[in-house]
Design a protein around this ligand. Structure first.
Ligand SMILES: NC(=O)c1ccc[n+]([C@@H]2O[C@H](COP(=O)([O-])OP(=O)(O)OC[C@H]3O[C@@H](n4cnc5c(N)ncnc54)[C@H](OP(=O)(O)O)[C@@H]3O)[C@@H](O)[C@H]2O)c1
Length: 243
């Protein structure tokens, strides 16, 4: 890599986001970690030591527009550029429709969809100025094909797909690409909530017969970061679940 590039990954204190941060660090990217809570100093130090790249932690709640502005400003102030934004932070609050409260629905939309919107809006100014940038949004197979018990989550992730395609059309002329990754079932804290019985039933529906790893998603994120002629796409990383 000529000049080191900067990657900001929201929700990168664990799970898929952390795997993306480590995979990008291994390629020499400067890394900005984020979580709604304080990013642990030990985690920052561990990535610095393992990959010998600059790493900062910028905590902030992506559902808050002011936090997003501050996160982007801190990244630009530290590294001078923002080349890759991975909108990974997300939550679930699964319930069947008849039991789902307005709060259950709204809180998931606020983080997964409005949070992604907030981050993109704040990141676009510096990216347009650079006339380059990669935006990678985490959707889900639930947003592609729906999922019982996840109407809030599926609505938010389907929204992320519409947002991705619209932003891709809007900013292509500025040299910025915007794509989505739709993971299937990936082994993280989010899916560890499922019982072993449910996990076994799910595996039987997956053509490749296993859950994916956070690293499977991280490799796809790197592919999108390195692909100037791919935009507005939704890549399913799901073992063939929704082919
Ligand atoms: N795991 C799967 O099977 C799967 C499948 C499809 C899609 N996805 C998507 O992939 C993404 C990552 O999933 P995961 O399984 O790795 O999740 P995870 O293990 O629960 O990690 C979520 C991360 O997001 C952060 N976060 C949550 N709310 C936030 C907020 N308001 N502002 C900033 N950071 C916030 C968390 O940090 P704090 O605790 O500090 O807030 C954490 O770092 C999500 O968008 C998820 O919907 C996951």
């Amino acid at each position: 890599m000529d000049k080191p590039k900067t990657a900001l990954i929201t929700g990168s204190t664990r799970g898929i986001g952390l795997a993306i941060a480590e995979h990008f660090a291994a390629q020499g990217f400067q890394i900005a970690l984020n979580g709604s809570r304080e990013v642990p100093q030990e985690l920052i130090q561990e990535i610095k030591n393992n990959y010998q790249v600059p790493v900062i932690g910028v905590s902030g709640n992506i559902a808050e527009a002011d936090d997003c502005k501050r996160i982007i400003a801190e990244v630009i102030e530290t590294f001078g550029t923002l080349d890759i934004l991975v909108n990974n932070a997300g939550i679930t609050r699964d319930k069947l429709m008849l039991r789902m409260t307005t709060e259950d629905f709204q809180s998931v939309l606020d983080i997964n969809l409005t949070g992604t919107f907030n981050m993109i809006r704040s990141a676009l100014k510096p990216m347009i100025k650079q006339r380059a940038g990669r935006i990678i949004n985490l959707s889900s197979v639930s947003g592609v094909s729906g999922n019982a018990g996840q109407s809030n989550y599926a609505a938010s992730k389907a929204g992320v797909i519409g947002l991705t395609k619209s932003v891709a059309r809007e900013v292509a002329k500025c040299g910025i690409t915007c794509n989505a990754i739709a993971p299937g079932f990936i082994d993280t804290k989010m899916t560890q909530k499922l019982s072993e019985k449910v996990k076994e039933q799910l595996k039987q529906q997956i053509p490749l017969q296993s859950f994916g790893t956070p690293q499977d998603v991280a490799k796809t994120a790197l592919y999108l970061a390195e692909s100037p002629y791919v935009t507005g796409q939704v890549l399913c990383v799901d073992g063939g679940l929704v082919m």
